[in-house]
Design a protein around this ligand. Structure first.
Ligand SMILES: [Zn+2]
Length: 395
């Protein structure tokens, strides 16, 4: 039976001595009850403490009938005196999360009657689901500002015990979930709520609260918060990123957005100019090809165009304009792209020439009339390729 619950007496106590009262095997682990403990068991939305019993890491702490139950991987003989250490960084982090949540929940209620429905204290951030389907960002920024004002006022966080009969005397934010003796946590002028968790000693110990954003869940708004040192580190990292971006773009960080918007507009304008220049270049190539069509409407030509769609677009356009047979090759070094096109009324049969002409350019590909296309990787006999095509028409 645990005689002394130390975490309610001193929320900053992390090292203490104790005697093992009970030790039993449970599901492959050992469940220990100490005569006094500062280890907070999981409950009330707050995770349990971490730390060591002697040299044994504490795997979990749960509420038990005889007091908090500490789980370890090895046993300790009952009656043994041990030195116990609570992970103070982890404990303080969750004291900040928990007390910060009290303050945020009370401000949400006072500012807009947005009652807290559920709370999750995660490893990254704390979320608070509220009884509302919509809250504006402006309102939540106002809540954030008021929460930080309360933190700066450094108001004591007091705890007191009362009974079910006496509880009506207190201005509670929500009714108690337990009966009998009830523990109240009170921040004068801010919040009063039944709670068995561990809190900071003053609102000032919460340090800082940053509103991260909101999401919708079950038709309610869930607000997301960075609390305590987590908020400080987020602000620090963001400041470093802004500072680096400011150096990169040679502007104060406050002018970064304006600078990047200007850059976006410049890029958009340049892309427009580039597109126009590309279209003009393609028009030039197309014009050049038209001038090479012979009297019989046959065209064989080589181009160098950095646009994979050019051959197909050009071939379709030239056939439509009256070209009867064409073979175009787009050269990119030794690699080449080829296309052969024939007018609808043409008697040209690609299948009859495929095996003769494609080897001349080491080509592959095929298709269905009026267009056949593919790739190749030899330009040595390009003239032979073109001539073979002309020969096919008896030219
Ligand atoms: Zn609490």
């Amino acid at each position: 039976m645990t005689r002394e619950i130390l975490y309610y007496q001193d929320n900053h106590l992390t090292t203490f001595t104790s005697t093992v009262e009970e030790c039993r095997k449970e599901d492959g682990r050992y469940a220990l009850v100490l005569d006094r403990t500062a280890f907070y068991p999981e409950g009330g939305g707050q995770p349990c403490d971490r730390g060591f019993l002697g040299d044994l890491p504490v795997l979990h702490v749960a509420k038990g009938e005889n007091g908090p139950v500490h789980y370890t991987a090895a046993p300790i003989e009952p009656g043994t005196d041990i030195v116990c250490r609570v992970d103070g960084v982890h404990r303080f982090d969750y004291m900040q999360q928990h007390t910060g949540q009290h303050i945020i929940s009370s401000v949400l209620l006072n500012e807009g009657d947005w009652a807290t429905l559920s709370v999750h204290q995660g490893e990254e951030y704390t979320s608070i689901e509220v009884e509302s389907s919509e809250i504006s960002e402006e309102n939540l920024h106002r809540v954030e500002r008021e929460v930080n004002r309360i933190i700066n006022r450094n108001i004591p966080v007091k705890t007191l015990w009362t009974s079910e009969q006496e509880i009506e005397k207190y201005p509670l934010r929500r009714p108690p979930k337990v009966t009998g003796e009830i523990r109240l946590v009170q921040i004068d002028g801010v919040d009063c709520v039944p709670c068995g968790g561990i809190h900071t000693s003053t609102t000032g110990e919460v340090g800082l609260v940053l509103y991260l954003g909101q999401e919708k869940i079950r038709g309610h708004v869930r607000t997301l918060w960075k609390i305590g040192e987590r908020a400080y580190y987020l602000a620090k990292i963001n400041q470093q990123i802004l500072s680096q971006l400011g150096s990169k773009y040679s502007v104060p960080s406050g002018e970064l957005l304006e600078r990047l918007e200007l850059q976006d507009r410049e890029i958009f304008a340049r892309e427009g100019e580039l597109l126009k220049a590309k279209e003009e270049l393609l028009d030039f190539h197309l014009h050049n090809l038209r001038s090479q069509i012979d009297r019989k409407g046959i065209l064989t030509a080589t181009v160098q165009v950095n646009d994979k769609k050019f051959l197909q677009n050009a071939a379709l356009m030239l056939l439509e304009e009256g070209c009867s047979l064409l073979a175009l090759v787009n050269r990119q070094g030794e690699d080449l792209q080829w296309i052969i096109g024939a007018a609808e009324n043409s008697t040209f049969e690609f299948s009859q020439f495929k095996s003769n002409i494609l080897p001349m350019i080491n080509g592959k590909g095929g298709g269905r009339g009026p267009l056949w296309q593919g790739k190749g990787d030899s330009t040595k006999d390009l003239e032979g390729f073109f001539q073979a095509l002309r020969d096919s028409c008896g030219v």
